[in-house]
Design a protein around this ligand. Structure first.
Ligand SMILES: *[C@@H]1O[C@H](CO)[C@@H](O)[C@H](O)[C@H]1NC(C)=O
Length: 328
């Protein structure tokens, strides 16, 4: 019996250890405030400031967007126009499904099979933006992100991402120089993260979406050793309801934004989620343990030797069980 229990506990600890190890980055992500790489309001020249354009500009003046084809749905046309109108001197690239696939086929043929076999179109839309930024550099924007001012100040970093509330980073607006080590890492990790998690939502988020990007980013920042390698973070404050904000979200946001909200709800309420997870896990273990004891008792015959009047109890802490045991 004792040995059985010890073995049972050992196996459980091993399983628990394995689970903790595999979600370790996720857990540390919950405590990441991005402060170390935050782009501060004080470094962003105000709209119209004479400082704009004076500093170095590393990121090429290209705006990338993606959509299935050339006909942008009406609900996003206003947002798209707001960016086009402000950036007449930028190159604008709209990546349709056809162009995206051709690009992968030509430049990243090793990825084509994975790309073609993604079960959901949104996964291709996620993946293509990482390859485009890695290849051409520039600024990627979701179609529902409108521009409130010129993005020039954001060209003076080597790479930047947006933080989401309360934790993690988003893939809806990103900027980078070509061949930035972060995006090189991102595209090289896509295949390793390509797993079917059975739940579509988790598969999308963790294979190609913001959760994937957040985890890769969290691992990447440990390796950064120079300013060029740094990925700066645009904080929620800088794109919230501020006069100097860069982006405005237009009505009819794309579905993955809502999706991100749902998964980051778990982040926001991670205390409860963790608590519920542990409670569920412990109840599960307790149930397995009780069943194990019961089966074990049955097999060894102890179950049948219960003296009259001392009904054996399923619950080990009830006295009935002990008495039975002593009598054996
Ligand atoms: C463009 O793509 C959308 C969404 O997939 C589709 O509804 C629409 O029919 C397409 N338009 C053209 C002209 O192919």
């Amino acid at each position: 019996m004792r040995r059985g229990v010890a073995l049972f506990l050992l196996i459980n600890f091993l399983i628990l250890g394995y689970i903790l190890n595999s979600v370790f980055t996720l857990i540390t992500l919950l405590f990441e405030d991005c402060k170390a790489d935050a782009i501060l309001s004080s470094e962003i020249p105000a709209p119209g400031s004479e400082l704009i354009g004076k500093g170095p500009q590393y990121i090429p003046r290209i705006i990338h967007q993606t959509w299935a084809n050339e006909s942008i749905p009406e609900k996003w046309q206003k947002a798209q126009k707001s960016c086009l109108d402000l950036h007449g001197d930028y190159e604008y690239k709209l990546w349709t499904n056809e162009k995206s696939r051709d690009f992968i086929e030509k430049e990243y043929p090793w990825f084509l099979e994975t790309y073609d076999n993604y079960p959901y179109p949104i996964m291709r839309a996620d993946a293509i933006r990482y390859f485009i930024l890695s290849h051409y550099g520039g600024i990627y924007l979701d179609l529902d992100d409108g521009c409130e001012r010129r993005l020039d100040p954001l060209l003076s970093y080597h790479a930047w991402l947006r933080k989401t509330v309360p934790t993690g980073i988003s893939n809806d607006a990103m900027g980078s120089v070509p061949q930035h080590p972060f995006f090189l890492k991102v595209i090289s990790e896509l295949q390793r993260y390509n797993r079917n998690w059975q739940i579509p939502y988790v598969t999308v988020m963790y294979n190609t979406g913001p959760l994937f990007l957040s985890v890769v980013w969290k691992q990447y920042i440990k390796t950064v050793s120079s300013e060029e390698q740094r990925v700066r973070i645009l904080m929620p404050d800088e794109y919230g309801n501020k006069p100097w904000k860069f982006f405005g979200v237009y009505k009819g946001s794309s579905w993955h934004r809502d999706d991100a909200k749902a998964i980051f709800w778990m982040g926001q309420h991670w205390g409860w989620v963790t608590f519920a997870g542990f409670a569920l896990g412990l109840s599960g273990y307790a149930a397995i343990y009780l069943i194990y004891r019961r089966l074990h008792l049955k097999r060894s015959g102890e179950y049948r030797t219960g003296a009259a009047g001392t009904a054996w109890s399923f619950w080990p802490w009830r006295s009935g069980y002990r008495r039975v045991k002593h009598e054996v």
